[in-house]
Design a protein around this ligand. Sequence first.
Ligand SMILES: [Zn+2]
Length: 335
Amino acid sequence: MTRKSRITSEIDFGRDGKQQCFLRLPHSIHRSAYGWIAIPIIVLKNGTGPTVLLTAGNHGDEYEGQLALMKLCRELEPETVCGRIIMLPAANYPAVIAGLRTSPIDDSNLNRSFPGDPDGRPTAAIAHYIESELLSIADFAIDLHSGGSSLMYLPSALATPSEDDQLAATQLNMLRAFAAPLAYFAYPGGEDRTMLAAANRAKVAAIGTELGGSGTASVQSVAIAERGVRRVLKHIAVLPDVDVGQDPLPTRIMEVCGSDYYVYSPDYGLWEPLVELGDDVCAGQAAAAVYCPQTPWREPVLTHFAQSGTIICRRVPGLVERGDCLFHLATDCSP
Ligand SMILES: [Zn+2]
């Protein structure tokens, strides 16, 4: 038997108009015996048409998507919508309020928690609600991320390709419509706990983003988020008349083919990057040198790229532990 979510709200998903209130996630703790966590939700519906789910704050320290959705939800009027838009600008609300990747309540990562558990800790309960109650009624989804506190990305849109050819073609068209400077297909390698994996299970055409990072947002990265969301909503005809400004340059379509396109620190220490974001590198090339501050005269440990490609992501903090991701690569898709 499928267990039902314990999250409730005053939202009537079938009602036309604009509704904004809070999902109520029961959270009985010492300071609040009958309390609930209030997760903001906005729903705009007008007549019949597709449903699109827009999420940000899946990771609390990734800000472009949160800003873009907070601005969009204040601006949109239901008369301009054809179908339904559901927005969660602070999907893992406890993580958002703390400015952390993971929830400080349960130390959990929402994007490794799907399909979730209605009786689990808060992050698992949120994942379960999104998959069972929201993705189940959606046709399209955009899950807005960036590199967070520990990573910096070239501004990207991405998709985990659906096994359904038609959905995969729709994902590619959404990536092109989003028009980030680059877009890539990320092959999941068995990772089925992400929101994009949940969307694929639900047969929802979904894309994500990695818009920047370093624990902040920039003029450029917020603009790419805002423009990209609007352009996709226009492309899928949910906001047919929205102003999307001038046509951007075509997006560079790439792919991340496997785990060996990632480079990890081989040791604890201070890492010296030997290449930078956007560089093209060759298999075997040195990526970083890790120095030991406790024993400065010790030879640094070098790490190398296993594959050739373009660096689309790098680590931000200077201190590393063995196993921290330093870089990852993408390669151009063959035309
Ligand atoms: Zn993220």
